[in-house]
Design a protein around this ligand. Structure first.
Ligand code: PEP
Length: 649
């Protein structure tokens, strides 16, 4: 139920972020203008250069889109959910301020595509914030739809798509989707007429005033039959003047064919004169409202072609029509007609070039994951054949370990000498498994100084069940960790028996060890009487349930189990390989019951109890035995190495 709720919230957030990022990215200049409006409301507009607001616009919209994609594909779940939650907190507070103070009428969260009132936006954000908090609380509940190893493809492709294909292209030419009331196909004449007749209309601010005599020529321009070119530049002072020749060529063309040509601007007379000086412009200049000009076309300057008062073409200054495109009467040329590419074909383009590749990637990834899963299950089946000889490939899924337990042996000097010898030996002849030595506390710090812990891990044999304080003689998990050790043995039968360590005490120890980043080798095993009474399964199950089955799946995955029948420890009596395998398989099955087969398959289960170089190969050959916890035979480098080498046989 919780998982369903988290995934519904994740989808809602993903859709909201993708849509809001996309509609902003498709119109980066529009987003920039909106940021400018915010700065004006805050009284900061004069301190922030245009380039910076444009950069913020690009980063903001791309980041929103990218986060939405990450949520959709459940990529970097913890980090992404944290960022999304922080963003939603900020946005909710910001929109609360907007709703109360009303400094601007439209927050612009969905660009021009969907205009919400400030209160609508606030409540929308409250809902999204609640969703973001839930997702943040349980980020790992978000189901992955693509393997981790392929996530980079989704991330890079989405970043490329939104930054280059959408934002870059919109900046260079014009927005691919135009949600404004001046998009191609708009009948300006009719819209303006309705406004004149008193209807509600987005063209209330639209006027054209001849700069020369101050006459309002809006009607004249809009009622003009045939074609009219409108060069639009909110500010000629900031207009791009790299295409002057092209503009002049189009102007000359319009004159040759009798098409009116006006430059609409909100510039001052000085700005116009400067433009005339540098461009040699001869076309008439008309005054228009600045915001309207910015709304008409996202290019400074940009060119519009009207036909009978209908906007039929728009060009950015970077993509003006070429001399080949306009060399005859417009009636006969392609650009004299409304373009055929409509919204549906643009959506189809996005589906083909963005959605489809990601969909194909996801399907391919799922097929690949499925084939791997099939492969794994096949291996598992082979493995459950108990007579199968030792086969490293079958055991590849979990770590093989040979761990030494020195117990209360070795003074400091002897311990250091043994560790050094082992260190040199294994450096010269690399083991085929993980090797750990667990030593008395007093050895740890000294051995940690020289031990190559890439080859041999270092661990303690115990740690306290208390964090710190007045517990004379005890050594805490934090102290163990501070020596440089990485492991700790907990629950050894000798400590259970002689020091009366109960399941509850061990549970505390495990928690403290994990809190301090120590890997726990947790020992379980039955006494002779219990085995003779056939209670071994019951005993090991109770030991696991009492001290480690309380852990989350994530924490349980860090535990190494050591099955050590008490009757075999230090007695010279080894469980037969079959006996050991039988109970190891049982232990794995109860882990599977508790945490699922995948966790069980990944859990390392060691055998301990009079394990020697002579019996190790047979024991380790069993499919559910992943190595050994070695007592007596770990006190001599050669004996220990003999057991380690069993993994090479
Ligand atoms: C042990 O005490 O963990 C152990 C397995 O001892 P031995 O190998 O000496 O039986």
């Amino acid at each position: 139920m919780r998982k369903i709720a988290v995934n519904v919230c994740r989808l809602v957030l993903a859709v909201a972020f993708i849509l809001s990022g996309f509609v902003k990215a498709v119109d980066p200049l529009g987003t920039q203008y909106k940021i400018h409006d915010y700065l004006v409301a805050l009284g900061l507009a004069s301190f922030v250069p245009d380039l910076l607001t444009l950069a913020v616009s690009v980063v903001q919209s791309s980041a929103e889109f990218f986060l939405g994609i990450c949520l959709l594909f459940a990529i970097r779940r913890r980090l992404v959910s944290l960022i999304v939650m922080i963003l939603m907190v900020v946005m909710t507070l910001l929109t609360l301020w907007l709703a109360i103070a009303n400094p601007i009428s439209d927050c612009g969260c969905f660009g021009d595509a969907l205009v919400l009132t400030n209160w609508q936006t606030f409540w929308k954000n409250v809902v999204l914030l609640a969703a973001a908090i839930l997702v943040r609380c349980y980020p790992l509940d978000m189901g992955r739809i693509i393997s981790r190893s392929n996530q980079w493809i989704v991330m890079n492709y989405s970043a490329f798509f939104i930054l280059v294909i959408i934002t870059g292209r919109s900046l260079y030419t014009l927005p691919q989707f135009d949600f404004r009331p001046y998009h191609i196909g708009t009948n300006l004449r009719e819209g303006w007429q309705r406004m004149i007749e008193g209807e509600d209309s987005p063209y209330a601010e639209f006027f054209i005033e001849n700069m020369e005599d101050g006459e309002d020529i809006t009607e004249q321009v809009l009622q003009q039959e045939g074609y009219t070119f409108l060069l639009v530049s909110p500010h000629l002072e900031q207009a791009d003047d790299s295409e002057l020749d092209e503009l002049n060529r189009i102007y000359e063309y319009s004159q040759d064919h009798g098409y009116p040509f006006y430059c609409l601007t909100a510039s001052s007379q000085r700005g116009i004169s400067r433009w005339q000086d540098i461009t040699g412009a001869e076309y008439p200049f008309c005054l228009t409202d600045e915001t309207t000009l910015k709304t008409i076309i996202r290019s400074n300057p940009g060119l519009l072609l009207l036909k009978d008062g209908v906007i039929i073409r728009k060009w950015s200054h970077n993509a003006l029509p070429t001399a080949e495109e306009i060399n005859g009467p417009l009636e006969e040329s392609e650009i004299g007609q409304l373009p055929s590419d409509n919204v549906a074909s643009k959506i189809l383009w996005i589906l083909t070039w963005f959605v489809l590749p990601l969909l194909l990637l996801t399907v391919a990834d799922r097929l690949w994951a499925w084939s791997r899963w099939l492969n794994k299950s096949e291996k598992r089946e082979v493995k459950s054949d108990h007579n199968n000889p030792l086969n490293n490939e079958q055991k590849i899924m979990r770590k093989k370990i040979v761990a030494g337990n020195w117990k209360m042996n070795m003074n400091l000097q002897d311990g250091i000498a043994l560790a050094k010898e082992l260190n040199e030996t294994l450096k010269a002849d690399k083991p085929n498994c993980g090797v750990v030595i667990c030593t008395p506390f007093i050895h740890l710090a000294s051995i940690a100084q020289f031990l190559d812990q890439d080859i041999i891990g270092l661990g303690a044999e115990n740690c306290a069940d208390k964090e710190k304080g007045a517990f004379t003689g005890e050594v805490s998990a934090e102290m163990v960790k501070s020596t440089g050790a990485q492991y700790v043995i907990l629950g050894h039968s000798e400590r259970r028996e002689y020091y009366k360590e109960t399941p509850e005490i061990l549970k505390e120890k495990v928690l403290l060890a994990q809190k301090n980043d120590l890997k726990v080798i947790f020992c379980i095993g039955e006494s002779l009487e219990e085995r003779e009474a056939g209670k071994q399964n019951e005993v090991v199950k109770a030991e696991l349930e009492g001290s480690v089955f309380n852990l989350s799946e994530e924490d349980f995955r860090k535990i190494v189990i050591a099955y050590e029948p008490i009757w075999a420890i230090g007695t010279g009596k080894t469980a037969t390989a079959e006996q050991a395998e039988e109970i190891h398989a049982y232990i794995r099955s109860i882990i599977a019951e508790k945490y699922g087969q995948a966790v069980a398959d990944d859990t390392t289960i060691l055998y301990g109890g009079s394990c020697k170089a002579s019996n190790a190969p047979e024991l380790f050959a069993k499919p559910d035995i992943d190595g050994g916890l070695i007592g007596g035979a770990s006190l001599k480098a050669a004996d220990f190495k003999g057991i380690i080498d069993a993994w090479k046989k």
